[in-house]
Ligand binder design. Sequence first.
Ligand code: HEM
Length: 482
Amino acid sequence: YVSVASRTMSTVRNCKAKLPPGPNTLPLIGNLHQMVGSMPHHYFKELALEYGPISRVYVGEVLTVIISSVDAAKEVLLTQEKNFPQRPVSLVGKIVIYDKKGLVFSPYGDHWRKSRKIAVTELLSTKRVGSFLSIREEETRDLIDSVAATRGAVFNLTEKFSGLITCGISRAAFGERCQQQDRFLSLLDEIVALGGGFSLTDAFPSLRFLSTLTGVKRALLKIKHELDTILDEILYKHTKIKGLGGTRDDIVDVLLKLQDSTSDQDDFHLTLNDIKAILLDIFLAGSETSATALDWVMAAMLKHPEVMERAQSEVRAAFRGQGNAREESSKELSYLRSVIKETLRLYPPFPLIPRLSIRHCEIRGYDIPPETRVVINSWAIGRDPEFWKDAERFMPERFLGNPVGFLGADFEFLPFGAGRRMCPGIAFALASIELPLSQLLYHFDWKLPEGATPEQLDMAESFGGTCRRKEALNVVAIPITP
Ligand code: HEM
């Protein structure tokens, strides 16, 4: 059941390919023993220093090619993108996402193309994101009120960001915070815990019994069943309201309308499972990434008080006397936008962009056999001294007047990926990040807990579904009237 397509040690041994260089491997476990205890993107960067920008490791038995330079990334994501048009299939994609429906795990082909078109033009377009403005404003207002209620005491900002983002996505997707929201979100967290990062079952695809032995398969099946029931209820409620003539325009409504406008005879008919898979993708791909990004931006500013001060001055000057920061004028906040970019350069929430080769090809003289996992280390590329002056330093001003952008045209900066599989949620993500940030800077001054200095603020990472901060961000907010 768990046949995960990937090139493994035993199948490579039988082919006479000139593979990229890499460290010696142990039978069975490959290079897993060297990876233990370090962040995968850090370990892969070390490999690049030793073996060059195209290297290989065996994650368990799976051949994994690591891409660590701008030129090689451009080749995989642009010049030769037709050879790498999909992601490796994981157990989560198979079991939870309705056998690889939706976008994230969907293999390249007609189904993915049509789902992608729906996401880009109907669900996550700038226009649609604009239509969710009142949701963002209300959720941000709640955040500001709850921060004000801390009255100068230390509180956990990481938790608040997580709540803000998931409520925002829930309301945009379902029109309201669904009744079982807490259960729904904790099931998503369980998925990330079981399948995020490099999971053991995906590292040994030939050991089909492993997912059963470890209990992962059973746990995922149980989660899938529960999620399915919750989503069925939500869809039923929306259909009922629509039948009574109610009109709303949340993401579920848009998907149900699209379903009505196609029939079984059309070449692409959205089934209920397609709709549920797209909804799960939006939550899984959009919530932790956006909350993690917000957390890193605030942490980076607390670590660099001069940056915080400059960003605050910009926001307060732009909205002086208006009582609030407003999204409509966020274009004026060029420094804050640079702070966000600089944070995503140094701390991309999704530092390793995974792809799968679908045919044999060659990159810079190395053979890449079909079904090879290829990972672009966007974290290492974002710190490449060849492209970034003082690459390890946090300097938002480097982005002022610099055309390098989020849209995947600049291969030295890939926080949202690039090419045909690049993130379709950029507009949604930036809107969800910029408004709360500008409001938090407008209404409060920020401090670390008594006795902690910016130099001591720990920026250590923890790698799972996303690369988040290891420690929660505990802070003090002092209300001010700009
Ligand atoms: C700061 C927040 C975010 C970051 C850093 C981020 C980053 C990424 C990255 C790196 C990829 C892989 C791109 C590639 O393979 O080239 C991706 C894919 C994806 N993202 Fe995002 N993302 C964010 C927010 C969102 C949001 C808010 C949504 C939806 C509401 C979303 C939906 C998706 C989907 C559906 C995919 C898979 C696309 C496909 O395979 O066709 N993301 N994201």
